[in-house]
Structures are given as structure tokens and as C-alpha cells.
Ligand binder design. Sequence first.
Ligand SMILES: [Fe+2]
Length: 195
Amino acid sequence: MNTYVTAEIIKQLREKKGLTQSGLAKIIGVSDKAISKWETGKGLPDISLIEPLSAALSVSVAELLSGECIKNENKSGNMKKSNFFVCPVCSNIIHSVGKNLNSCCGINLPPLEVEEENERHTITVENIGSEIFVTVNHEMTKTHYISFIAYVTSDRCELVKLYPEQDAAVYFTKRGGGTIYAYCNNDGLFKKELQ
Ligand SMILES: [Fe+2]
């Protein structure tokens, strides 16, 4: 059966949290019987209970609904593990430094896959005094353009939003090595490692 939350995930998370069925029932204000029904697939929690249920089970709504719990091993927030997410509906941009589940406009967003720069998305970096001048040799039309360029080093992420009909060119203050990311609205995310 196709359901928005599975019996197994509710049971698993409740047991992991060390709660009895009645303990969980009390927290979210339903009967013990309701929890038992959900865990045996005989019923589903009302959609209005999804938020309190996820809070009681110490997971996000996205994790509860996807059945996938994210364990973030990246305790130090290593910038080298940067992920970018772009919402295909509203073009929201999210940056994270480890695994997570993001949702926007009602859609779960997977992290963008990163490719090395290619001949159609060449990232050029010029040293100009204390700055670097980054350009992407790419069209900037309304339907196909570089939507952002980001410069990520061990301690910061600087992201510049770009729009059609401007140049795909950005100055950043030089900070040693790091990675330049360029996101094309049609072709995805490209990177170039700096020495
Ligand atoms: Fe492109």
C-alpha cells in the first residue's frame, strides 16, 4: 500500500527513542490503540499529527515521511563536504556542510551532484591583486544561464546570485585554495579546485 508514513518507521523510531506505545500516545494526545493501529498498518496518523509525531520521535518531518534517518558524521561541519540544493519550483538555494534532508515547495530536494568543469562550463580564475576574478564561459539567456557562483574555503562560503543578461563573472577576495562552484540552471553544478 502506498502511504505517506510507514508502520515500520513509526515502530522503529518509537523503540529507538525508548518509548512505549502509551508513552508516545500520551505525548501526542492520542489513544494507545491509535499507535498500535499505525504500527500494524491498520491505520494512518492524521496528517495534522505528522508534525507532533516527528517532534516526539526526534526526527524531522522529512525524515519521518521518507523513512530515511540522516546520521550526520560530519561533526566538525567540514566545508569540504559542502552540498548545494536548488528548488526546481522557486529556485531557492540551500547550502549545507553535511548530509541532510531539505524540502522546499513541498518537494524533497536531493543534493546537487557536482561535476568537474567541462568545455561547455569552463570556470576561469584570474589572480588580480588581492582578488580573484572568476568567469564562466557560458550564455546568460533567460532560459539557460549561470544562476550562482560560490567560493568555498575551509572557513567560509561566499555565494553570488547571478541573473540572465548579466555577465557570469564575479570578484572574490582571495583566500588561498578552495573550490569554485558554478551552477547552470539547465546543466547542474560544476566545480573547479583552486591550488
Ligand atoms: Fe549550461
